[in-house]
Design a protein around this ligand. Sequence first.
Ligand SMILES: Nc1ncnc2c1ncn2[C@@H]1O[C@H](COP(=O)(O)OP(=O)(O)O)[C@@H](O)[C@H]1O
Ligand SMILES: O=P(O)(O)OC[C@H]1O[C@](O)(COP(=O)(O)O)[C@@H](O)[C@@H]1O
Ligand SMILES: [Mg+2]
Length: 326
Amino acid sequence: MAGIKSIGILTSGGDAPGMNAAIRAVTRSAIFNGFSVKGIMRGYKGLVFNEIVEFKSQSVSNIIQLGGTILKTARSQEFTTPEGRKAAYDNMVAAGIDALVVIGGDGSLTGAGIFAEEFNVPIVGLPGTIDNDLGGTDSTIGYDTALNTIMEAVDKLRDTASSHERLFFVEVMGHTAGYLALNSAIATGSEAAIIPEMETEVDQLAELINHGFRKSKNSAIVIVAENPKTGGATALAERVKKEFPQYDARVTILGHIQRGGSPTAVDRILASRMGEAAIEAILDGQRNVMIGTMNGKIVYVPFAKAVKHDKGIDRGALDLVKILSI
Ligand SMILES: Nc1ncnc2c1ncn2[C@@H]1O[C@H](COP(=O)(O)OP(=O)(O)O)[C@@H](O)[C@H]1O
Ligand SMILES: O=P(O)(O)OC[C@H]1O[C@](O)(COP(=O)(O)O)[C@@H](O)[C@@H]1O
Ligand SMILES: [Mg+2]
């Protein structure tokens, strides 16, 4: 796009495997197309506090296979204030940055939308979060790797669950979304997934125990999406102790292990395609859109739609867990 010479890139919010592959793709595609690139450290914090470094092609060598983010990431309270964003804008202008590529989750893209509007800054977003909780894209960068990490962990827990004939509640991340829980339940042959999207509709634990939980089986794994409102897996296990004492229940909270590790091929490819598409979008005059993929094709998603995460939950997938665990 005319007038854009220098592109700033940052990662923000929770780290996700594949962010480095995305940084690499954005940097190399930008340089390939004649832009200069600036790396902004620690997400919006680095814009507010002026931590900006020159990026060359070699700056992103040998990182495609690494989890985390070489740009570091942070959650910046300062950027949520008008004064913080003004400081960010001033630093950006002083560094000669004309457009931004923001790699992050719903919070980061909400911030990007506000910043873009306030200061008329062209921004392209990339969905970087293990939670898959962004609208307009089939998958986010990091989601596949996290699913695989959960799958490996649950496969191990299955040994103990079946040997000791226990009921395991395995808590996975997801913020307020149940994608990780639901799809890891399918991948591990778990007996149920308890997800926030269904919380107001049914008592998922009672349903599981009374109807779904196999009478013929004496061990089970239930994947529970984290849920600060209800207390997640810990609260469910407490309920079992009181209401269904015949079951020997245990809780495993997988925690931040789900965010780390080398990205899968799926995430590396997704990040590479999306990173290149971000530069194509800038060249095409697009602004304030997130790059998504729908049915394998790159799409541009306005920030407002992306952060709504209105993809909904796939009822068919919930049914599948039930059908396959009889
Ligand atoms: N409403 C907002 N206004 C301005 N900045 C925001 C807003 N929401 C989030 N941000 C910025 O984005 C950062 C990352 O958001 P967060 O929700 O923590 O992570 P994620 O992007 O992974 O969802 C926040 O620390 C903040 O700096
Ligand atoms: O690492 P923290 O700050 O405890 O945050 C935990 C949250 O971050 C996540 O791992 C990732 O969420 P984001 O990608 O939106 O930051 C959530 O699943 C979880 O709720
Ligand atoms: Mg988020």
